[in-house]
Design a protein around this ligand. Structure first.
Ligand SMILES: [Zn+2]
Length: 455
């Protein structure tokens, strides 16, 4: 891959790069099976953060919730009721590595070279934890004393749904009556060469997120020898149910946030797309169909359906007594978890198939739209990455920020790092890394944001 940043882009010095690399060496891996989580690795990360950012740990107060850390940077002359400018979120945990052999450098080695800082968490999401701390440390060192209060909330279990970390920190803020202007978290980035028909890099500042639900389908049967199978087996019946769900996707729907997204990128497109998009208000159905043609954009216009696991039977010549399958849905704002379950029951039309929700679910954001401080965040994004197009979007997965949705007037899931389609695959994938230029931009973005909000 060639570097996407201009060659004269600011970069980070070795000391700053090494502080991130040291954080990447802590194996703060979240597993659904919580017994596998190693708390000593989280302790190591805590010690590293406290040692690396002395001013933060002198001037800010903090509370811990397990290994989650909620910092309060109090307004200089504010009492407990001072206005709150922002809640900056990031998470300390990472996903496991499953293709160890495929990595150029071991995922927890924290290797720094001339161009990149390598390791699991380099993008998702330790770079954001460290960049926020770097920005606050530098602001403190420059003598900034905030006009309004700022909270930093670093979860420890985002990758396993965040209930113990973000869930409790958000509740703590809610109990304290906190209402912030701005909430910033992971989600959108700047992509290059990804958006069809747009030649400039596109920053997608996500303003909400889709919901999440997994449905479990199961069939039980008496079993027996396969020489006398009856009309259908548990496997056949289950397969038909899965096929029916896959063949009946949720309807296409152009949400207001999708219309806003298209409107904002329109000026960066060439004809005839530009004219076509001008008609989006009157021709929403056509626009939705165009977006649905590619998986990357289909997610914007419907609740997506993905059968992900299927199992059943023990032997080729024995009738299965049990078969089960799992189907994962990402729920478009406007639909709900209950809608997903009802939809499955309706299209399967078979009482012999048991259909229920499995595991954690989350509802989509209620009515995602660009809030009052969206333009401020967009302006700072343009300042650190000149020449980009800026638009809105909705995070296709669940993030910690859903716990905080009611605590801020404007929500932005965004980091100004510039990624190609190949780079996007590194997130939760193999060879995750961040360029020094991107990391420098991420720190500068947080610093400028703090300056504009409270400087
Ligand atoms: Zn993440």
């Amino acid at each position: 891959m060639t570097s996407t940043a201009p060659t004269d882009a600011p970069t980070v010095d070795d000391v700053t790069a090494e502080r991130l690399a040291a954080a990447l060496r802590c194996r703060t891996v979240s597993y659904e099976d919580r017994g596998r989580i190693d708390p000593t690795e989280f302790d190591r990360l805590t010690a590293h953060l406290e040692q690396s950012f002395p001013l933060v740990h002198t001037h800010l107060t903090w509370e811990t919730f397990g290994h989650s850390r909620l910092y309060r940077w109090a307004a200089t002359d504010g009492g407990p009721d001072a206005a709150v400018a922002a809640i900056l979120l990031a998470h300390q945990d990472v996903v496991p590595v499953d293709d160890l052999a495929g990595w150029t450098h071991p995922p927890f080695a924290g290797v720094v070279d001339d161009e990149f800082i390598w390791g699991r968490g380099a993008i998702d999401d330790k770079s954001r934890v460290l960049a926020i701390l770097e920005a606050v440390e530098r602001a403190l060192s420059a003598g900034v004393r905030p006009r309004e209060t700022v909270y930093l909330a670093f979860g420890h279990d985002e990758e396993i749904f965040g209930a113990e970390g973000a869930g409790r920190m958000a509740q703590r803020l809610r109990d304290a009556g906190v209402r912030a202007r701005l909430l910033v978290d992971e989600g959108g980035v700047i992509t290059t060469g990804v958006a069809d028909g747009i030649d400039v890099p596109v920053a997608t500042i996500m303003v909400g997120e889709k919901g999440f639900a997994t449905v479990r389908l199961s069939v039980t049967d008496v079993g027996g020898h396969s020489s006398m199978p009856g009309r259908q087996t548990a496997v056949g019946r289950l397969a038909r149910a899965v096929a029916r769900i896959q063949d009946h996707p949720f309807p296409l729907r152009l949400t207001p946030v999708a219309v806003d997204m298209l409107t904002r990128v329109r000026e960066f497109m060439s004809e005839p797309r530009r004219t076509l998009l001008g008609l989006v208000h009157v021709a929403g159905a056509i626009a939705a169909r165009v977006l649905a043609a590619r998986p990357q954009t289909e997610a914007l216009v419907r609740t997506t359906t993905a059968p992900t696991m299927i199992s059943g039977g023990v032997k080729p010549n024995v009738l299965p007594q049990r078969a089960e399958a799992f189907v994962n849905f990402r729920i478009l704002p406007g639909d709900s978890v209950a809608d997903v379950l009802a939809h499955c029951r309706k299209v399967v039309r078979d009482r012999g198939v048991s259909i229920e929700l499995d595991g954690t679910t989350s509802e989509p954001s209620a009515d995602p739209s660009a809030g009052p401080d969206f333009d401020l965040v967009a302006a700072v994004a343009r300042e650190v990455a000149p020449g980009i197009a800026v638009t809105v979007g909705v995070v296709p997965g669940a993030t910690d920020s859903r716990y905080y949705d009611d605590l801020a007037a404007t929500r932005c899931n965004f980091a100004p790092i510039i990624l190609t389609a190949t780079d996007l695959e590194r997130i939760h994938g193999t060879d995750e890394r961040i360029s020094r230029a991107d990391y420098a931009r991420l720190i500068r973005f947080n610093r400028l944001l703090l300056d504009r909000l409270v400087g």
